[in-house]
Design a protein around this ligand. Structure first.
Ligand code: C2E
Ligand code: SIN
Ligand code: SIN
Ligand code: SIN
Ligand code: FE
Ligand code: FE
Length: 411
């Protein structure tokens, strides 16, 4: 448990920390982790407001986590509840006021809201004390809900949340809300950019890029864990990678609709043009002003390289698009990058992109059955893909599927 001095220090750091981290998903994880640490709570959830519904998006649960083997994460389902006075979270969102409940199994029957026992039943968890706080933006609108569950004393006995906890969490929620609102805005801007740039078709936005970003981060985290990379480094890395991965095909902005939307197979000339989307994308970020520009250029340029060296565009100069000095083959064609010559983010997004492309319908193909997708990925280990990443892919399959369910195509 944290003492008072540690709490003050942590609070001072939190604002700084959250202002650095920009990606929406990662902001929410930070918020939950820090909130739970502050009041020594076993579990917590975040709900994000979508019009008149609350979307249950993030949850952490130490007890359930400990039932898993080391390194595994909880898989949880997302769901939506209406904002009305019947549920605890709905009530808090509707009223705009926090609620501190000592035991949700003995809520006074005269209260308008009820505790839903479904989650406990499904997971054999015992929810008891619940502190639920609205996250409000600067217009005082509720943009989400922070729910902290089961405060524990030093001997891990569940206790009520104190008034001190309440005050602490209210302050905390105001910082978190600012970070959340900003991350939501950035995400919206990013998605709009991608929608305009890449797809040019309102039906084809959002889901694909969100999935590729999600898969890439999942693979990266596990890759980093195997190497015991420092957590702060990993947090920064995955934040940047998610955005970069979402923009992997942004170079398609320069490819004509005739090719991009062609319902059948591309001929050789068309495919040669299409391949340009890698270099064109990388050029957009070639100023390399920030780590993000660097990563986005890396991903755009390298996401179609192959581990065996037969990918594209190969060792090219981004500005000219021609082979780099010393890397020209006969006819001036650039040599392909091979193995670890391909930057990590490129190798990761290559796998994430193909997994998603095969699993989804495209203008030129139907979606494949999962078994066929998995067979292909397995047999492409060491050919198309980094074999270590393929191994990691199969060990994280349940999580990748959960991401797939979370970002379904709208039809
Ligand atoms: P994309 O649709 O996002 O596909 C990304 C990558 O997934 C492809 O890179 C390829 O490695 C893999 N992939 C997708 N569909 C299939 C498939 O049916 N079989 C196999 N074995 N692999 C598949 P690739 O081939 O370099 O293509 C890059 C981009 O070029 C594609 O992005 C897509 O936008 C376009 N493209 C490729 N082939 C065709 C085509 O036949 N018709 C049209 N209209 N576009 C195509
Ligand atoms: C995001 O929040 O997902 C994108 C952040 C950014 O573009 O800075
Ligand atoms: C609710 O707000 O009703 C859900 C609370 C919970 O299940 O933890
Ligand atoms: C979408 O992004 O909604 C569909 C694009 C795709 O998965 O091909
Ligand atoms: Fe691509
Ligand atoms: Fe793609």
């Amino acid at each position: 448990m944290l003492n008072e001095k540690e709490k003050l220090d942590a609070l001072a750091n939190l604002g700084i920390e959250l202002s650095r981290v920009q990606d929406l998903d990662i902001v929410m994880e930070h918020i939950l982790t820090e909130a739970r640490r502050f009041v020594n709570a076993d579990a917590g959830s975040i709900y994000i407001r979508e019009k008149d519904m609350l979307h249950f998006t993030y949850t952490q649960n130490n007890t359930l986590q400990q039932r898993l083997s080391e390194g595994e994460k909880l898989i949880y389902s997302t769901f939506r509840i209406p904002i009305n006075k019947e549920s605890i979270a709905g009530y808090v969102a509707a009223a705009g006021k926090h609620l501190n409940l000592t035991d949700v199994y003995s809520i006074d029957p005269s209260c308008p809201f009820h505790f839903s026992k479904e989650f406990d039943k499904k997971t054999h968890y015992k929810t008891q004390s619940v502190l639920t706080i609205p996250l409000k933006n600067h217009h005082d609108d509720v943009i989400g809900i922070l729910q902290i569950i089961n405060a524990e004393d030093a001997s891990q006995k569940v206790i009520a949340f104190s008034q001190d906890d309440e005050r602490m969490m209210l302050h905390f929620a105001s910082i978190a809300a600012v970070a959340l609102e900003r991350a939501q805005m950035t995400r919206a801007i990013l998605l709009r950019m991608i929608q305009m740039a890449e797809m040019r078709d309102p039906k084809e936005t959002g889901a694909h890029v969100n999935r590729v970003g999600g898969y890439a981060v999942e693979l990266y985290e596990r890759w980093a864990r195997r190497r015991n990379l420092n957590q702060r480094e990993v947090d920064q890395g995955r934040d940047i990678l998610r955005m970069a991965a979402m923009l992997h095909d942004v170079g398609k902005i320069a490819i004509s609709d005739l090719i991009l939307k062609k319902p059948g197979r591309l001929d050789e000339t068309e495919f040669t043009t299409m391949k340009q989307h890698t270099v064109l994308g990388a050029r957009l970020f070639s100023d390399r002003q920030s780590d993000f520009d660097e990563a986005a250029a890396q991903v755009a340029l390298n996401h179609h390289e192959r581990w065996d060296g037969n990918g594209y565009p190969g060792h090219v100069d981004v500005q000219s698009g021609k082979a780099k000095k010393g890397y020209a083959q006969s006819g001036g064609r650039p040599m392909g990058k091979q193995g670890e010559q391909i930057p990590l983010y490129g190798r990761i997004v290559a796998l994430a992109d193909v997994y998603d492309a095969l699993s989804s319908a495209r203008v030129y193909k139907d979606a494949w059955d999962e078994s066929k997708v998995l067979d292909t990925i397995e047999s492409e280990s060491k050919k198309h893909f980094d074999p270590e990443l393929v191994e990691i892919f199969f060990s994280s399959l349940d999580f990748l599927r959960a991401i797939q369910r979370r970002y379904r195509d709208t039809d």
